[in-house]
Design a protein around this ligand. Structure first.
Ligand code: LLP
Length: 414
């Protein structure tokens, strides 16, 4: 189902013309479809219906409070990777027991807070971290339930910056090093090993990678069960990809569900998942206005008011986001680089795009910007971050105000 579509020469989000939102709230502007968000959550729920599953939304994908609130109201938990994310999900009203605390570098302060509030489980990423958790739990007289995050050394087809399941990345504990942990865990009164976790990467379009990871993790579970550990859950992380290009096909959530259920049925294990992008990625677009165009001997440039500070994925990962005119235009096509005002050659949103020649004042929309869009935005070049708007049918409302210049420097002292 497409929640962003063209009607009578204009692109709409649900029943609201994007041009209306631009004139009401200005640009750059993130626009989300509530129906798309609910649909993706519902697909997860249906795909894992009646299977013992805990779906913990990866907060880093988009941490807007209204979006979190909606996702939690549908029964999802949260996967957090910092104290900031933890505090935010608690503030939004999630119970600590529904939180999985992941992340490769949890500080003592962060672990103390996680133990104090009683998060459901901590995913442990190193021996050093395990020892710190034991120390903190002991000093607070608490017993902490943990998963060991393993690195199954699986080479997934995705951008190397977001592949996490190989030995050359910093993530998880190498599976061959796990045995070293056995004595530490067997003699621990403060930490109980109840599961294993892995997250092999993000934007994965091949389900076989998840199958490989599942098989590997099940072997590890067996070996630890046989050593007497009460293993009752497996956390398979996030990673399911979405379609970014016209015509690109991403595996349906239902297919992913089928594969996962197949591998974990009759194991008696509870399955944890941490999806981010597949929930919110295609529920959001970034709206931007053309400020100038120019040509030099080699190229045509369309300079828009959104930049790498608003959406860094093209600059950072060479990521492709499909884009187009908000109002259908007739006229000759041109091949143009869509670039922002930031003073970096790497500040582009799309290179060599064919579209009806844009002119200043035209509105463009950038698709699939809901995940890792606003959450990775910065104030580089002293640019206030965009506003965010939620649309539901004919209604729409601001879920984050545009930053003001004052907020840019309010933490600074002279
Ligand atoms: N769980 C863990 C432990 C993770 O590290 C991640 C993402 C997720 C879950 C959620 O993965 P997802 O379902 O969203 O693929 N900024 C990059 C993506 C970085 C992903 C980092 N970890 C991008 O814009 O493509």
């Amino acid at each position: 189902m497409n929640y962003f579509y063209e009607k009578k020469g204009e692109v709409f989000c649900e029943s609201v013309a994007l041009s209306k939102l631009a004139s009401e709230f200005g640009t750059p502007l993130y626009v989300y479809s509530l129906a798309a968000l609910q649909d993706h959550c519902q697909q997860y729920k249906t795909s894992f219906d009646s299977f013992p599953t805990e779906i913990c939304y990866a907060v880093k994908a988009n941490d807007n409070a209204s979006i979190l609130k909606e996702i939690f109201s549908l029964g999802f938990g949260a996967d957090v990777v910092s104290q900031g994310e933890l505090e935010k999900v608690l503030k939004v009203g999630l119970r600590a027991t529904q939180v999985v605390y992941s992340g490769v570098g949890k500080s003592q302060r962060e672990i103390e807070r996680a133990v104090e509030v009683g998060v459901g489980v901590i995913n442990v990423e190193s021996v050093s971290e395990l020892k710190l958790i034991q120390k903190v739990a002991q000093s607070k007289g608490r017993i902490v339930s943990i998963n060991l995050r393993v690195n199954p050394n699986i080479d997934v087809k995705t951008n190397p910056y977001i592949a996490t399941g190989l030995y050359q990345t910093k993530f998880g504990i190498a599976d061959e090093a796990l045995d070293e942990l056995v004595p530490l865990l067997q003699n621990s009164s403060s930490v109980v090993l109840e599961g294993f976790a892995c997250h092999i990467g993000s934007q994965i379009l091949e389900l076989k990678s998840f199958e490989q990871a599942s098989l590997r993790i099940l072997e590890i579970v067996q070996s630890f069960k046989s050593k007497g550990f009460p293993i009752q859950r497996v956390d398979m992380g996030g990673g399911l990809g979405i379609a970014y290009r016209e015509g690109e096909v991403s595996p349906p959530i239902s297919e992913y569900g089928k594969v996962m259920r197949e591998h974990f049925k009759s194991t008696g294990l509870k399955l944890y998942l941490e999806p981010g992008r597949s929930i919110i990625g295609n529920a959001g677009v970034l709206l931007t206005e053309v400020i100038h165009t120019k040509v030099n001997r080699e190229k045509h440039f369309t300079i828009v008011d959104a930049a790498m500070n608003d959406l860094i994925r093209p600059s950072l990962y060479d990521a492709y986001h499909s884009m187009g005119h908000v109002r259908t235009k007739n006229g000759p096509d041109c091949i143009t680089d869509i670039v922002g005002p930031v003073c970096e050659t790497g500040d582009f949103l799309g290179l060599g795009r064919t579209m009806v020649e844009p002119i200043p004042g035209d509105l463009l929309f950038i698709r699939s910007a809901g995940a890792y869009g606003f959450s990775m935005a910065s104030n580089y070049n002293q640019r206030p971050r965009p506003a965010e708007v939620m649309v539901s049918d004919h209604k729409f409302w601001l879920i984050r105000k545009r930053e003001s210049f004052e907020t840019l420097w309010q933490q600074e002292t002279l």
